[in-house]
Design a protein around this ligand. Sequence first.
Ligand code: 13P
Ligand code: SF4
Length: 305
Amino acid sequence: QMSDAELVAGIQRLKQEKDIVVLAHFYVQDEIQDVADHIGDSYQLAKLAQTTPQQTICFCGVNFMGESAKILSPGKQIIMPDINAGCPMADMITIDEIERVKAQYDDLAVVAYVNTTAETKAHSDVCVTSSNCLEIVRSLPQKNIYFIPDINLGSYIKSQVPEKNVILHDGFCCVHHKIRVAAVQEMIAANPDYKVLVHPEAQAEVVALGDVVGSTKVLLDEVKKNDAPGYIVCTEVGILHQMRKAAPGKEFLVPTRTQTCRSMKRNTLQKLYDAMDTMTPEIMMDEELMQQALRPLEKMMELSL
Ligand code: 13P
Ligand code: SF4
């Protein structure tokens, strides 16, 4: 049994010995964020996975992130501390549902949130993340947009891009969906000068209360301005680690107790060390599926400049 300090030292040593870059999403536990080479939102991490010179990436996040990295950089070796850390939202849409809506419209683009399986991506026209969804949907030539699977991010896009007919699916992220509007309102009433930061995976009533609405990076960038006495944070609590570093001494309030993603928390220092030590588990995917899922991911990269 190694202590946390020994694990961290071991991880740093393995990075050097094996030329591995460690990428971590803002929602993983603090200790992993601190040992990672880069931390970021979904889009930043996908881009970094493509551009980083190292041929081996250890991806601390959920498995659709590792898969997207593999699809975009098939020549690289992608390992993950826990390959079974999955985003429940990714399993909320079926291919049948996509094909049924496709059959109903001539002028339709299927826009898939990156929080989807490779198979779903293979049946979609373009992928988006919460940081590029508005610009990408606006730029598409099609009038009808089938946005899958997040009903909340879809509703947000619908409200911001009224010139499109956005057709919604009924998926959701339980971490964000369960943030209660009444709890947020109470906090605002008690702290009227605090800024309200909302991820668009939250319900529309909560999004409507946001002073800033955006991806984890956008919310963190707002805190970096450090111009409010405190913040009401309506997203997953992992982001607090970087927010507290960005604005030390400020108060960060979290409206509900369920703002923790269990999948992200499956990443531990021990599993990170073991993955780098053994170079497993590694993301392995069917060649044909990878090629089909590459098209919408590449289109996202092209359109989000
Ligand atoms: P972003 O980091 O892109 O905002 O995504 C949030 C999320 O829920 C990732 O699973
Ligand atoms: Fe999925 Fe939500 Fe967890 Fe992100 S926070 S991985 S969307 S369940």
